[in-house]
Design a protein around this ligand. Sequence first.
Ligand code: DAH
Length: 340
Amino acid sequence: MDIGQYEKEIKNASSLEKLNDLEIKFLGRNGLINDFLKKIKDIPNEEKKEYGQKVNQLKKDVLRLIESRRKELSGKKSDKFFDETLPGKQYPKGSLHIVSFAVEEITKIFEKIGFIRVSYPEVDWEYGAFESLNMPSGHPARDDVETSFIDAPANLKLGKMVLTPHTSNGQNREMKRVKTPPIRMINISKCYRPNWDATHTPMFHQFEGMCIDKNISIIHLKGTLDYFAEKYFGKGTKTRLRPHHFQFTEPSFEVDVTCTVCRGTAKVNGNKCKVCKSGWLELGGTGMVHPNVLKEGGIDPNKYSGWAFGFGIERVIMMKYGLDDIRNYYSGDIRFLEQF
Ligand code: DAH
């Protein structure tokens, strides 16, 4: 157990590889030092303790010698030529998914004019998705929105659990959170409806704006929509309101924006624009928040008024870039996603 013989070999190791081999030879599971330990059973009992201590000391010394030789060898310059002027390796860069990017863009546009981004549960009660929006149970308007129900016990007051079919469930929650207007909400979330075609995926995203304060009118709504349309689709984009019906707004409208391809002229090189046919593209629904919806949120409709809208994220992306199949967004095909 003389350290001298180990020391000599370690000092003579001429490379890191050779030193590694020595480490295994001396300290490995089947190495020389472990052999000593294995032999402990043949040592007379009264000498066992001293023998064990000696082996352990040897092990420590060898390890120390190996580490110090390793330091010496690592410090040595390699003989191999290394050209430090060569450019580094270029790795492909990732980027935000097209939908995440739009969510960020839209958030910024609304935050600039004082809206606060909120998030509410994607699994909510029927109360949030319907009742609180002036659609009592059994109301036929509920059928307009195809809904997936969760297989879970219903709540006596709040009804069954649903995958939120729209972001409008955030309206009641936001009114109850803020309590006293002003409210300026932008609620962006996943929504679920059982459809699958070129313009629908069963999971999609909506952004829901809501503004409530004293003396809020359609004028503020139109101004906000025009602002959003110009910022998101580009300068010169206009909006128009068409009368419509929603249970939770009165009056209600559908919003159109001037077609991003023909810029509202309905003509491309003298021919009818194939994308819009009329110069306008439908953006989504909006209207003045129904007094019943305000009341349900704890807000006095005699004191306050407001408006709300709900638009699809996948849809606005489609309109902005002239895409024709939103299933591509979720296909995982990198060739499609890389373009954005
Ligand atoms: N929730 C409606 C839908 O998903 C969209 C909508 C229409 C939202 C009118 C609103 C609104 O806030 O006022 O089809």
